[in-house]
Design a binder for this molecule. Structure first.
Ligand SMILES: NC(=O)c1ccc[n+]([C@@H]2O[C@H](COP(=O)([O-])OP(=O)(O)OC[C@H]3O[C@@H](n4cnc5c(N)ncnc54)[C@H](OP(=O)(O)O)[C@@H]3O)[C@@H](O)[C@H]2O)c1
Length: 334
């Protein structure tokens, strides 16, 4: 087996062009890790942070730089990225196993998310604790779209507010990487009546994945409608709780996918407002195994916008950064 592999590295912060395709040594796994031949990954907000690209919407322009600085320190390094190889979500085949790993075998097909990064590469050392079984009814490319995108939606409905059958759920940003999973989970896992909000070019797609109703935000100010929703999941920080009060049922809850997107969100967190919830993605093996079950049962499936080869990771980052993705942006590593 050759000792070199192709990988995309990021040695300094900057625009997508700082990413470079190189040939480097294959990683060595620790005793509690496995080495996988990685076949794909997909782009998430955290990849923008690793690269120092466009950060999520942040309240108060004045503190945007400060928040960017702390997020960068949290996810990367102060002056340059700590993790050279970008990408957290992976899908592949185990090729070697650490001496402390007993639950997995060489040849197993796995997927998941590693906070250590390293997924934009042909080989990746992954802690066994984050490995989950790859959904058997998806190709490697399709499965690469799942980690990162599905888990914020899972947390919203499993942990923050679980919809009862028939509850009215409004999903703002229904056409994006996270929103497409959220629509399918609310509808097919929890039996909610789902309304998706998206732009004009995505209306048909959001209907196709199961939304009962779709609102084109360019044609209708849904915050002024007479409808009442039990749960509003704002995936893309387009609104806030105050703006949605008119359309929230009396016992309803607004879920912010990005808690720091507006001063009002921060105020609701600080005052422990019971009608406001927020959380962070759960990328654990348990979460990924649950999502695998839902995929194999046909309840959810990834919606893929574009698949880029590893050599076009720069283009993939540019694409995601536009904020106009229709589902997930995937990188295939053949
Ligand atoms: N809580 C967590 O743990 C967690 C984890 C990861 C990310 N996040 C947050 O999730 C967000 C990114 O989500 P994503 O990856 O799903 O984004 P994405 O894939 O870039 O999705 C963007 C989609 O949103 C739609 N959109 C844009 N503006 C809209 C608006 N005003 N109203 C309704 N839809 C709109 C776009 O459609 P059009 O082109 O038609 O407008 C596009 O389809 C970020 O804010 C990030 O901070 C949270």
């Amino acid at each position: 087996m050759k000792n070199k592999m192709k990988a995309v590295i990021c040695t300094k912060y900057g625009p997508p062009e700082v990413l470079k395709l190189v040939e480097i040594e294959k990683p060595q796994h620790q005793d509690d890790e496995v080495l996988i031949r990685n076949y794909g990954t997909s782009i998430n907000t955290v990849d923008m942070l690793h690269r120092g690209g466009k950060a999520p919407k942040v309240a108060f322009w004045g503190i945007k730089r400060l928040v960017g600085f702390f997020l960068r320190r949290e996810f990367g390094g102060l002056r340059k990225p700590k993790q050279k190889i970008v990408g957290g979500g992976f899908v592949g085949e185990i090729v070697s196993i650490g001496t402390d790993v007993s639950d997995w075998s060489v040849g197993d097909h796995v997927y998941g998310y590693s906070e250590k990064g390293g997924a934009c590469a042909e080989y990746m050392a992954v802690p066994a604790s984050v490995l989950a079984k790859k959904p058997s009814n998806l190709s490697f490319q399709e499965a690469a779209a799942v980690p990162g995108g599905s888990t914020p939606a899972l947390v919203a409905f499993r942990d923050l507010v679980t919809p009862n059958k028939g509850d009215k759920v409004l999903i703002i940003g229904a056409s994006g990487g996270i929103g497409t999973f959220a629509v399918q989970m609310a509808k097919n896992v929890y039996g909610a009546e789902v309304t998706g909000v998206c732009g004009p070019t995505n209306v048909d797609m959001v209907k196709e994945i199961g939304a009962d109703f779709v609102i084109d935000y360019s044609k209708e100010d849904y915050t002024k409608s007479d409808s009442k929703y039990d749960i509003i999941l704002d995936v893309v920080s387009a609104q806030n709780l105050s703006k949605c009060k008119n359309i929230l049922a009396s016992e309803g809850t607004y879920i912010a996918n990005n808690p720091i997107s507006s001063p009002r969100n921060i105020f609701h967190i600080m005052t422990n407002n019971k009608r406001f919830k927020t959380g962070t993605a759960d990328e654990s093996a348990a979460a990924m195994n649950l999502i695998c079950e839902w995929i194999e049962e046909g309840k959810i499936k990834p919606v893929i916008d574009t698949v880029y080869p590893l050599s076009q990771t720069v283009e993939a980052h540019r694409h995601y950064e536009t904020g106009r993705s229709k589902g997930r942006v995937v990188i295939s590593i053949e």
